[in-house]
Design a protein around this ligand. Structure first.
Ligand code: SAM
Length: 356
């Protein structure tokens, strides 16, 4: 391969192949095909269709594709098509069916399909400059599922313990009060309540469907009595204030009015309390070649986060890459004086402490 044009053409061909993996994994996840293989063991197309209420001819093609792609195994490739038995190898079982594993990745293809579902609206938005509110079921559930295992397993054991004063306050009497801004399906709030048995948490999100899901999730995890969820705009929440910790996980950059949201956080935090804004770990400035994180986040930004942050009059249009300088400007406009990296080791996020 000699020319740049050949290399780019080959790259697009490779990416297209990878998209086939993404889209067929989406089918397998949504139709319960991987779960049925994990639960019931190796299967022919007829077996798997019977277990999942699907059509055997479609399932056969999917099974053969998944084996060709090296995701599933096949016990007897030379057997007649209807007798070939396919299996889910242990690594694929972990990555595609074990929701508690940090390697569980089935929500990732779902999140990409949700982006594709938005493309017709995005074509229009590029022409009009209007925003696109988040909204499909796939977008909502994928966002929630992407962070779920890490919040439940790491938030109170690895991440917040690195911020000693915050961790200490959450463990001490009188019970600390925490506000989770842009809480989505509530997994951070639930992880806080589970990991810190004294605390009381309020989660707020302006999406009522997410708030309903968050309440159900909190009840299912046995913390419903200490966690309350509110459907409200972060820019104008009607909450009493005095919180020991106000935290916003990956939500500020999505908000059309981030300065108003930060000003509300400043009003709501107690004088000795802490505001943490957790955002994507991105470079200080636009540079080329871009880091892998910047490249990834530009993709999210074009396809979903910027359209969210373009909704409504005067929208800030932040985009996923909320760089230090922009966050500092927003914080100062909201009445804070500075921001500092709180030093939590994380591949993808920076935990910013926002101070007055
Ligand atoms: C990327 S999601 C993050 C959700 C959750 N914090 C997590 O980490 O899984 C951003 C969330 O911010 C919420 N959000 C966006 N703008 C908001 C606003 N103005 N007020 C309240 N919530 C908002 C969205 O509904 C969405 O649930």
């Amino acid at each position: 391969m000699n020319s740049d044009a050949e290399r780019l053409a080959a790259r697009i061909a490779d990416a297209s192949l990878a998209v086939h993996d993404v889209l067929t994994i989406y089918l397998g996840e949504r139709l319960g095909l991987y779960d049925a293989l994990a639960a019931g063991g190796p299967a022919t197309a007829d077996d798997l269709a019977g277990r999942t209420g699907t059509h055997p001819r479609y399932v056969r093609e999917w099974l053969e594709h998944q084996a060709a792609a090296g995701i599933l195994g096949c016990e007897d490739p030379a057997a007649p098509a209807e007798r070939r038995r396919f299996l889910l190898p242990p690594a694929a079982a972990e990555v595609l069916t074990e929701r508690e594993s940090l390697l569980w990745s089935a929500a990732r293809p779902r999140s990409l399909v949700a982006l594709a579902q938005k493309l017709p609206a995005l074509l229009e938005a590029f022409r009009t400059g209007e925003g696109i509110p988040d909204g499909t079921d796939d977008a909502r559930t994928a966002q929630a599922d992407l962070g779920r295992a890490a919040f439940l397993r790491l938030l109170a054991t690895e991440w917040l313990p690195r911020i000693a004063d915050v961790d200490g306050r959450l463990r001490s009497e009188p019970p600390a009060r925490v506000l989770d801004v842009g809480c989505g399906a509530g997994w951070a709030s639930i992880a806080l309540a589970r990991g810190y048995p004294l605390v009381r948490v309020d989660g707020l999100d302006f999406d009522p469907l997410s708030v309903g899901t968050a309440r159900a999730n909190a009840d299912a995890h046995g913390v419903g009595a200490r966690v309350a969820f509110h459907a409200a705009d972060a820019a104008s929440p009607d909450l009493p204030g005095g919180y020991d910790l106000v935290v916003a996980f990956e939500s500020l950059h999505d908000m059309p009015r981030p300065v108003e949201a930060l000003a509300a956080m400043r009003r709501l935090v107690a004088p000795a309390g802490t505001v943490l804004v957790v955002e994507e770990k991105v470079g200080e400035a636009f540079t080329l070649p871009a880091s892998p994180n910047d490249r990834l986040n530009y993709g999210w930004s074009v396809l979903t986060c910027l359209p969210s942050a373009m909704c409504g009059p005067g929208a800030a249009g932040t985009g996923t890459l909320l760089r230090r300088e922009t966050l500092l400007r927003y914080a100062r406009e909201a009445g804070f004086s500075s921001i500092e990296d709180a030093g939590v080791p994380h591949d993808a996020w920076t935990f910013w402490r926002v101070t007055s």
